[in-house]
Design a protein around this ligand. Structure first.
Ligand code: ATP
Length: 239
């Protein structure tokens, strides 16, 4: 596995035709840190994760992990650099079993004792995934699919996990469960980059946050500071 390293994003931009979705943003995620990106619909959060993963072309900027330049690494090779991705809307394979979905997350690994141990860890984190091993992923509820999507990403043993709106469409109880799960993963040393419209969840799950507005980083700070900020409270917490 990879050694711990800081993810650094510099001057990163994304354009879709003439539309600028991300404008020269910069931030870093240190090993073991948990960083959140909050912002309204369309602020550029998803595009930020996608460009980091090599899923949309960048129009400028650099992404490095420690000394290593990841700017031109393809999405399917990112797992080999220790970066996992849980896309918005889960995107599990509905026609495959829960177990097959999990095993696909380990595509870059051999099916050996270590990989078996990772499957066991994922099953301990989400006992439901063990109980429903043979069930088709498409038959799971939204919350169960979200757990499967997280479990699938964990099967690659990432050092840094990028999560896009894991709370979307979930009941408050399940949002609480996801929050607890992210906390446990952090305690195990995983770094997190969490994109959310749910600012309350994000402040609870992270130590630092960026606020994105119109493709730019409008504010940064500790999650504690931001959650006390008058403007943030009005706009993002509805207080
Ligand atoms: P959401 O909460 O909806 O995911 P977001 O903050 O993640 O919002 P993005 O999805 O990154 O925002 O979108 C940023 C901007 O880029 C928006 O104006 C959006 O309409 C535009 N955009 C996103 N994807 C495309 C695309 N494939 N083609 C053209 N424009 C796009």
């Amino acid at each position: 596995t990879e050694t711990a390293a800081t993810l650094t994003v510099e001057d990163l931009s994304v354009h879709y035709g003439g539309v600028c979705a991300v404008r020269s943003i910069g931030f870093s995620v240190e090993p073991g840190a948990s960083v959140g990106i909050i912002g309204a619909n369309g602020a550029g959060k998803t595009s930020t994760l996608k460009v980091l993963m090599g899923l949309v072309p960048r129009s400028g900027g650099r992404v490095t992990l420690g000394e290593r330049d990841l700017t031109r690494v393809r999405a399917r090779d990112m797992v080999r650099h220790g970066i996992g991705y849980v896309p918005e809307g889960r995107h599990v394979f509905p026609g495959l079993s829960v177990e097959k979905n999990l095993l696909l997350g380990a595509y870059a690994r051999r099916w050996d004792d270590e990989t078996r141990a990772t499957l066991e860890e994922v099953h301990q984190l989400f006992p439901m995934l063990r109980e429903m091993s043979g069930r088709l992923a498409g038959a799971l509820s939204g919350g169960q699919q979200q757990m499967l999507a997280i479990g699938r990403a964990l099967m690659a043993r990432p050092r840094l996990l990028l999560l896009d709106e894991p709370s979307m469409g979930l009941s408050p109880k399940l949002v609480g469960f996801i929050l607890d799960t992210l906390q446990r993963l952090r305690e195990e040393g995983l770094s997190l980059l969490l994109v959310e419209q749910n600012a309350k969840l994000t402040f609870g799950a992270t130590s630092h946050c960026l606020v994105m507005e119109n493709g730019t980083v409008a504010m940064t700070g500790t999650s504690e500071e931001l959650s006390q900020d008058t403007r943030v409270r009005q706009i993002y917490l509805g207080l």
